[in-house]
Write a protein that binds this ligand. Structure first.
Ligand code: GLU
Length: 481
């Protein structure tokens, strides 16, 4: 049996669209599932859109995502170069072959002329004007250095049929097809040409790409036929949408892999979630490692309809990954978010408290505002219906808590808990009430990722006493008899 070879062929744009990441993932999964090869090819023939370091972004993304390619510019292989700008002579040579066989032609039409050409429905359509130039005219134009492109000569009659492994059999009227440009006036090939030359020469058996390429696939098949080459199997993938009407967009921070990394999602959770966008494992399972995906992947599970990206679901999946990681791993990844904390804050206690309480790492920032962003509190929080605390009670309790806090021997969670607990007996109030007063005084927040005594430990004795004193002063200022 022929070896399964898939490719990921990104254009270096500087970021990785979620749709492209999914294409890469499915191409990887399909190759690996079938013991085949996954090839990386850089499609950089649109010279106007080149972005510096964009190729690095592609390598880094694949690495972070765990999608190790077997061949590519940085990995070598028998079918290189794997960067299209380094293959110009190859495309040019094949374009010449098409000209000789009548399947392509030189076109010298000016931009101005092209702009006047529309078909009955008002769509821009080339009228094959230059197809009819004589050999002499062509040679004269070439010798005079008139800029030209090379166009595909598509038949104007009949229809083209092909099979897609997701969308099934598709038939298109040849009249709908355009005489696509194959080589541009700058000498670079278009995607419409380079993709077929490379997929053939790189022996790609299965082409996976977004469904936006479905409509030009008949053009590609005509080119394969013109060369007498085998047509690869096609697996076109449905769109990924934000909702029924809207595509993912940079503006909403949901278009690119990088957007989600920045929001604190884990690469493995993103990959897991992206795998499920348009592919159904045919059971209820939602959590897969990459190697489990390789085992489970089957193109029969790819859907034709658009997938909707649900960030809430991704958050849930991410929280599962966070909860399952070791504390060391958690701390390593959380470290970047601890940057603004005072050095005395106990990172490991904090990690232990945060791990079960966050869905993405960036949630940490919000959870730490009681340490990093404390600027007093709303006095009304002390009047709590639930624990039945009052300002008057706080005024009685706080001086005792301050005294105890200044004198307690060990500043640790259990010791503090014991100490405060015995204070409740002396003062004749409930533990819940005392802890509420302490918590609000220390954090200014009704909901924190830790209990009152843990907040004491995290803040340290000095800062805790300072905040308790501040709280007492606020209570006195606001207390109306
Ligand atoms: N360079 C094309 C893109 O980034 C690749 C399409 C394909 O996979 O053939 O959209």
């Amino acid at each position: 049996m022929k070896e399964i070879r898939t490719r990921f062929a990104p254009s270096p744009t500087g970021f990785m669209h979620i749709g492209n990441l999914r294409t890469a993932l499915y191409a990887y999964l399909f190759a690996k599932k079938n013991g085949g090869k996954f090839v990386l090819r850089i499609e950089d023939t649109d010279r106007e859109r080149l972005v510096e370091n964009a190729v690095e972004t592609i390598y880094n993304t694949l690495k972070l995502a765990g999608l190790q390619h077997d061949e590519g510019p940085d990995a070598g292989g028998l079918f290189g170069p794997y960067v299209q700008s380094e293959r110009r002579e190859i495309y040019y040579k094949y374009a010449q072959q098409l000209i000789e066989s009548g399947n392509a032609y030189y076109c010298f039409c000016s931009k101005e002329r092209l702009e006047t050409l529309t078909d009955e429905s008002g769509n821009r359509r080339y009228d094959k004007h230059c197809l009819h130039l004589s050999r002499e005219e062509i040679n004269r134009n070439l010798a005079a250095g008139i800029p030209y492109v090379i166009r595909q000569n598509v038949p104007i009659e009949g229809s083209s049929t092909f099979n897609d492994l997701v969308f099934g059999e598709i038939t298109v009227d040849n009249r709908e097809l355009h005489d696509n440009v194959l080589i541009k006036s700058d000498g670079y090939p278009t995607y419409n040409f380079a993709n077929i030359v490379d997929d053939h020469l790189m022996q790609i058996s299965h082409v996976l790409r977004g469904m936006e390429y479905l409509s030009s696939t008949p053009n590609y098949n005509l080119l394969y036929n013109a060369f007498g080459w085998d047509i690869p199997e096609y697996i076109h993938l449905p769109h990924i949408m934000r909702d029924k009407q809207h595509k993912l967009s940079k503006r909403y921070g949901d278009a690119n892999f990088e957007d989600f990394l920045e929001k604190g999602f884990l690469p493995e959770a993103i990959i897991n979630y992206v795998a499920l966008l348009g592919w159904n494992p045919k059971n209820d399972r939602e959590k897969f490692t990459l190697s489990e995906l390789v085992d489970a992947f089957d193109i029969a599970g790819i859907s034709k309809s658009a997938a909707v990206f649900d960030e809430i679901k991704l958050r849930w999946l991410n929280s599962q990954y966070i909860q399952e990681m070791s504390l060391e791993e958690f701390e390593k990844r959380a470290d970047a978010y601890y940057e603004n904390l005072p050095s005395e804050v106990d990172r490991s206690l904090l990690s232990r408290l945060l791990q079960p309480r966050i869905a993405v790492f960036s949630d940490i920032l919000e959870k730490l505002t009681f340490i990093t962003g404390f600027d007093g509190y709303d006095i009304a929080l002390l009047e709590d219906k639930n624990s039945k605390t009052t300002l008057g009670m706080a005024i009685t309790v706080l001086p005792e808590v301050i005294k105890l806090s200044e004198n307690v021997l060990v500043w640790e969670n259990e010791a503090l808990f014991e100490a405060y607990n015995s204070l409740t007996e002396t003062l004749g109030i409930k533990r819940k009430q005392l802890l509420w007063i302490v918590r609000i005084s220390l954090t200014g927040q009704a909901s924190t990722p830790c209990g009152a005594t843990e907040a004491c430990v995290l803040l340290g004795r000095k800062e805790s006493v300072r905040r308790l004193q501040y709280s007492l002063q606020k209570c006195l200022e606001n207390y109306v008899k």
